[in-house]
Write a protein of this length. Sequence first.
Length: 211
Amino acid sequence: MSVFTTTAYTTDKLTPGQRRVMLAAVDEDGRLPDGANQRVLNNISESWARTDTAAGGRFLTAEGRAALAPLGRFSLLARANPETGSLPGTTGHSDMLALVRDGLAVLQDSEGRPLPVADRWERGNSLRITERGRRLVGMPLTAPPFAEHHPVGSWAMWKREGEPARPVQILGWPLADGTVRVLPSGTRLSYAASMERPVPAEQLHPAPQAS
């Protein structure tokens, strides 16, 4: 099941202790830390962190990752430019504070130096996804082979079975669920059809070269 799907139905809230432990797990490929407070670990449900006897530990589930970031914040992180780390557009002050608080994003100036969130609106400052944020949404830390053929900003053809190929602009790298964010192009597209969306990476093909 896609993480994007489960985030829409996450309503339970984490306690501060659960949040700290589960965020630490994000940094360790999803594995809950063995040295965490046992009472906190016992109160983390199997729906958030499943027990893997073979691997000898408990690992975050898609639902657990969704609990760490509501749908809006999760989608914002997933839409970060993977090459620059820049988060798109603007976000509400409370969401920005939460992302920075949890180490999922950082406010930086034009030189890449971290800043307090109070400086959000100063010219040249921007919110950028962190390594923890990338891990949470399943974004590669370094460019995957996909990026060699479909760099961010390039054009490709999106081909679904039974439908004609459609030109799209590549907006990201494949996430853990196998989807890539794209922006469909075409003068005859409806407003809904022309909005950016995640599509399966295997449905994207090189755009024809101009002769």
